[in-house]
Write a protein of this length. Structure first.
Length: 260
């Protein structure tokens, strides 16, 4: 099980509780589970799709996922995923966010988490590993990465809109049209999106398209077909959106899946 630590070590005196270093085949699914500890998850290659009560993340090899303690989640692997994780003592002042989120993964972070996650139970308790863990956390003090997270709505009106968007990603229905269909003031729906999801209707819809694009690219679909299925009239318009949000082109993303 993914929840088992390969180290077997629990050191409640420090921030590091244990490490996990495992490789998973394409399409592997880790069913719903949670951890009492916080967890930093990173894929050296492949893409992880993580669904939780807090929302939905697509985690490429350029990002690390911080899962706060006791967040119930499931994971789907796209491609061969070389997972490296560390488990963090929530009682220790680790400086990580209170809520789960994606964080930038620098080349140094990549090397350090690989070393710490693969440490033996004896090595986890030594001074070198503790220093490496401090360095790992230091690498995560930069500004958060471009969010690849889709928050889940609770309000029934937002849930209806968001479910429709995810099931019909090429539908370009406006918030004004939704307000007429649902019988609510457009400003009320806009305010609900901001208050509950932290983004506007248009931002949430674009985020849904972006995350779907990442999943489809990881599954090997062609860029033009993805662009059309997301409602873009041209491949270049889709590529421009992708680059604007992630700083790379779709083809760059596909290459990054292979890892270093």
């Amino acid at each position: 099980m993914e929840s088992q630590l390969n180290s077997g070590a629990v050191d409640r005196a420090g921030v590091l509780v244990g490490g996990l270093s495992r490789d998973f085949a394409d399409s592997t699914i880790l069913t719903d589970h949670s951890h009492e500890m916080g967890q930093l998850k990173f894929a050296l290659s492949g893409v992880m799709v993580v669904a939780s009560t807090e929302g939905h993340w697509v985690v490429p090899p350029t990002r690390a996922l911080w899962l706060a303690p006791n967040v119930r989640h499931r994971v789907r692997m796209l491609g061969k995923v070389r997972l490296r994780s560390v488990f963090v003592n929530p009682q220790y002042p680790h400086g990580l966010p209170e809520r789960s989120c994606l964080l930038p993964a620098t080349p140094l972070f990549r090397e350090v988490i690989t070393e710490v996650a693969g440490s033996t139970s004896k090595a986890l308790l030594n001074r070198r590993t503790r220093l490496l863990m401090d360095l790992l956390l230091e690498e995560l003090t930069e500004e958060p990465a471009t969010p690849l997270h889709l928050p889940a709505p609770r309000d029934h009106r937002l849930a209806r809109i968001c479910t429709h968007i995810q099931e019909h990603l090429d539908d370009m229905k406006t918030l004004r049209e939704w307000s007429k269909e649902l019988g609510y003031d457009q400003r009320t729906l806009h305010r609900l999106f901001i208050q509950e999801l932290g983004m506007s209707f248009l931002q949430w819809r674009q985020q849904a398209k972006l995350l779907a694009a990442l999943e489809w690219l990881a599954e090997g679909r062609q860029v033009l077909g993805i662009a059309l299925d997301l409602g873009y009239q041209t491949q270049s318009a889709f590529t421009a959106m992708f680059r604007r949000n992630l700083g790379i082109t779709p083809s760059d993303f596909v290459r990054s899946m292979a890892g270093a």
